[in-house]
Design a binder for this molecule. Structure first.
Ligand code: YSA
Length: 332
């Protein structure tokens, strides 16, 4: 602690005190500063004690300056102490030694992952991926597909109609098949497309049925396409998705927009599980889109990616896909 000369040191002391206070960057430094400048044996006290040796007039002047300095230093100190306390409070509540936590990163929805896997399998076989509208016209969802109004097959697709003052032929598509008509209407063969997307049906839900779900549609049209092409393509798809040795079974099925129509099942632990509907595009459907059915033939198929993911991942209830439960979603 330095010796203080009263007559000339009030300003010097002020300068030294302010500069030391500004560089006091912790509670400990602040306390040392307080002891050094304001303590009972501190520099200001020493200065005040020295006043007695001064002439009366000078004592008055220096004494007043010293008292002013004390008041200033007291208030500077209080302010710094308040600042130190508030920054300590923040520092105190933050344990900087804690290991960092990994931020949660999003991921693709399990349906999207399955759709991408399915479409990629077909992309590698030369099919192009396209998308279409979820709000669809009755014409594409039914009429162009050989399902005119009153056809009993309409009951198979319980339809959610869009309530509109202007239109009475708008609906939420019940399957991705309307894209067959849309693609054919706007393109000339050869055509090879897969169409993933959401579908909606007015039906009650259970462990294998949702009122909204995805489908992946496939369509190939060209000259000379046969049922053997359909089988070969779908066999190859099943091997890519379910493994090389997976057994596949085709059985007759009925869809108004194909002739003949089939469903395809795979052998799942000794049980035949149906995974898709398919068939040769009905000549009437080709004609509806302006194609000459004596020149062109084609095959089409439609499958449910959620059902396929359920099989692959042993998921027992399709409703998990859309219930937004992170315990389910983060397992993929
Ligand atoms: C058939 C022949 C073709 O040439 C082209 C496409 C088709 C499929 C036809 N459009 C269709 O929708 N058939 S389907 O009603 O049997 O549905 C196909 C697949 O969608 C089903 O195998 C199933 O995987 C899925 N699906 C249907 N309803 C569902 C559903 N998935 C979840 N919930 C539902 N309610």
């Amino acid at each position: 602690m330095s010796e203080v000369q009263p007559s000339e040191s009030v300003e010097q002391l002020r300068e030294a005190a302010v500069s030391a206070l500004n560089s006091a960057d912790s509670s400990e430094h602040l306390e040392s500063w307080r002891v050094e400048f304001l303590g009972r044996k501190g520099r200001l006290t020493a200065l005040l004690r020295g006043l007695g040796s001064l002439e009366i007039e000078e004592r008055k002047i220096v004494g007043a300056a010293a008292n002013l300095l004390r008041a200033d230093l007291d208030s500077f100190y209080e302010e710094r102490e308040r600042q130190a306390k508030s920054s300590n409070a923040v520092v105190g509540s933050l344990d900087v030694t804690l290991p960092g936590r990994k931020p949660a990163v999003g991921g693709l929805h399990p349906s999207t992952q399955m759709i991408r896997e399915i479409t990629q399998a077909f992309n590698e076989m030369g099919f192009q991926t396209i998308e279409g509208p979820e709000i669809e016209l009755e014409k594409y969802n039914f009429d162009m597909l050989n399902i005119p109004a009153g056809h009993p097959a309409r009951d198979q697709w319980d339809t959610i109609w869009v309530d509109s003052e202007k239109y009475d032929d708008v609906l939420l598509r019940t399957h991705t098949s309307p894209m067959q008509a849309r693609v054919m209407e706007n393109n000339t063969p050869p055509i090879r497309v897969v169409v993933p997307g959401k579908c909606y049906r007015y039906e009650s839900t259970d462990s294998t049925h949702e009122w909204h779900f995805n489908q992946v549609e496939g369509l190939a049209v060209d000259t000379g396409i046969t049922f053997a092409d359909l089988k070969g393509t779908l066999y190859e798809f099943a091997r890519r998705i379910f493994g090389q040795s997976r057994k596949v079974r085709f059985r007759c099925d009925y869809f108004p927009f194909v002739e003949p129509g089939v469903d395809m099942s795979i052998d799942w632990n000794g049980r035949w599980i149906e995974i898709l509907g398919a068939g040769m595009v009905h000549p009437q459907v080709l004609e509806n889109s302006g194609y000459d059915s004596s020149k062109y033939t084609g095959f089409a198929f439609g499958m449910g990616p959620e059902r396929i993911s359920m099989l692959r991942n042993e998921i027992t209830d399709i409703r998990h896909f859309f219930s937004n439960d992170l315990r389910f979603l983060t397992q993929f």
